[in-house]
Design a protein around this ligand. Sequence first.
Ligand code: COA
Length: 357
Amino acid sequence: MAKNAVITGWGYYAPSRVLTNADLERIVDTTDEWITSRTGIKERRIASDGETTSTMSVRAARAALEKAHLRAQDVQLVIVGTASPDYLFPATACLVQAEIGAMKAGAFDVEAACTSFISALAIARGLIVSGVYENALVIGAETLSRLLNWKDRSTCVLFGDGAGACVLEATNASVGIESTVLHGDGSKGELLMVPAGASKLPASADTIERGLHFITMAGGEVFKLAVKSMADAAEEAIAEAGLSLDDIDVLIPHQANIRIIEGVAKRLHFPMEKVFVNIQRYGNTSAASIPIAICEAEATGRLRRGDKVLLVAFGGGFTWGAAVLEWFGAHDGMRPPSPLERAAQVLEDVVERVRPA
Ligand code: COA
């Protein structure tokens, strides 16, 4: 069994269509000043007509596979974390699996709202470390613009679309994901939800008339619980990894609101200089926010080999979780050896040793 699961590839896709706060001023009764001061968001990306959660996932997945030098046909598992799938079923992961040609892979979706990516990461890591799989493609992707009520200024200014993907591979090296923690509190589910469109309230003229297919949210309640829960999960994941906060080089939080991010940093007494923030350009992309941030942190030199990285998220459900990992980075074509390759190496060594001089 492999000792660790390590991220060896990463990639993201953000739609080219940019919706600025000035654009929103023309849609709802809001101002750039209100949105910026309350959320930190300046603009967000909106999927174009032909784009969906699966098409964006495919773009992100291909970039991640290329970075990992892993062929799609060798991918063993595809997990998509999303609250805005293409369909209720089939799973978006199945659409991605077929489109990229990962025909030997298992495929399923994970829905834990904004915590979906960390949840999917935790599952993939568990399956790799326990020896079930040697690799997994973990994607966080959303097309929340399709679930927004564009007449509700309290929600439509907050969210954006996009996708991010990571390739996880088995390794015996001391790098990779060191801990994951997941939590939930279903008693607060109604504070952030899409009420209709599934088994409880199937789509009807009435549900459409009452606007029940859109995201509804009690923003203030979500805000308060998000800060405390994210800080608690961060501390738990760090302790589980046998580290202290001082060991963390980079905090990559779910990008929901700059005030939530600052609140978490303050609660942890963690310097904002070590926190990666890109919410100003994407808004809250839910499951996609952490993998997109990982990609941008790496591209801008904020993530370097050996860095201890803390990921933390909170979302509808309620759900929250965190992960600690040591960043390995690109393996420059040298993937960590698979168990089969390792076995072959051992065999070679034995043959070498017993061969007569
Ligand atoms: N533009 C202008 N005014 C707005 C507005 C907008 N886009 N949205 C809401 N308002 C108004 C409200 O109607 C309210 O007006 P009122 O006092 O006349 O009733 C006023 O602004 C204050 O609203 P309030 O809810 O107190 O603001 P806030 O400081 O709590 O900020 C959020 C609101 C939504 C930004 C904040 O609660 C938040 O970010 N919550 C967490 C949301 C989130 O991240 N969810 C996803 C979690 S993963």
